[in-house]
Design a protein around this ligand. Structure first.
Ligand code: EIS
Length: 209
């Protein structure tokens, strides 16, 4: 929201507001993508991501003025929970949510960059596998890693995926890739800012599930 950004004084507030606004938008896209993936294999993933969002939203709604930005939520919870923090509340929910968002970012970037399996050019397995290795794998036990391998086999073909992203319309691959590129500009900046915030605030945990 340009108006909101221009009306504030210092650049840091600006960045926080941007992260807050952009995340709301990103989150909507994620849910839409989830719906497009229909398959029951994806329902635990969708439930997890939706759970994270609900948790963050609920905390925000307890005090929208105090929790105007994601950073203010983390700072507020740090104060509130003491030694339990960051393994608690919206801080924990966003810690996991950002990994799922980063997975999507890396996968879309890989598709946009034209990375593909030459013998199966209409599959997105290579893109999903790359994204998994760079974002979630390190937080998953051997068992969950096996589940991922199964999920990747249920992934739609690239053309079905593009169709789903275009809300069911038949679109040219090039046209869809261009939209993905545009989407990635703000999406990437936002996710990077959230990751940076976790690093700066020392809020990142690296246990496995
Ligand atoms: C966290 O979940 C909770 O999110 C968090 C809190 O309860 C915390 C406590 O430790 O746990 O166990 C969850 C973990 N979440 C930890 C795993 C759930 C699903 C496992 C399925 C494994 C396969 C994942 C691979 C994805 C395959 C994709 C194939 C590609 C087409 C366009 C595709 C969109 C896919 C988006 C992928 C996002 C995955 C997110 C998984 C996150 C995760 O590992 S709290 O809850 O704080 O809110 O209470």
């Amino acid at each position: 929201d340009i108006d909101e950004i221009e009306s504030v004084e210092d650049p840091l507030t600006c960045v926080r507001k941007f992260v807050h606004a952009a995340t709301n938008k990103c989150v909507m896209y994620v849910l839409e993508i989830g719906d497009c993936l229909g398959s029951t294999v994806f329902s635990p993933i969708k439930a997890d991501v939706t759970g994270n969002i609900t948790k963050i939203k609920n905390v925000y709604e307890t005090n929208p003025t105090k929790f105007k930005t994601l950073q203010l939520i983390l700072e507020g919870e740090k104060e509130q929970y003491g030694t339990e923090w960051p393994n608690v509340g919206a801080t924990l929910a966003l810690m996991w949510l950002k990994r799922g968002l980063k997975f999507i970012q890396v996968m879309l970037q890989s598709i946009a960059d034209g990375e593909r399996d030459e013998s199966n050019p209409n599959f997105i397995r290579v893109n999903a596998t790359k994204a998994y290795e760079l974002t979630l794998k390190k937080y998953h036990s051997w068992f969950v890693q096996r589940l991922f391998t199964v999920a990747v086999y249920a992934a739609p073909s690239k053309s079905d995926f593009m169709k789903a992203l275009s809300k069911g319309r038949e679109v040219k691959e090039e046209e869809c890739v261009e939209k993905i590129r545009q989407f990635l500009v703000n999406f990437t900046v936002t996710i990077d800012a959230i990751y940076e915030m976790y690093t700066k605030m020392n809020a990142e945990l690296d246990y496995k599930v």
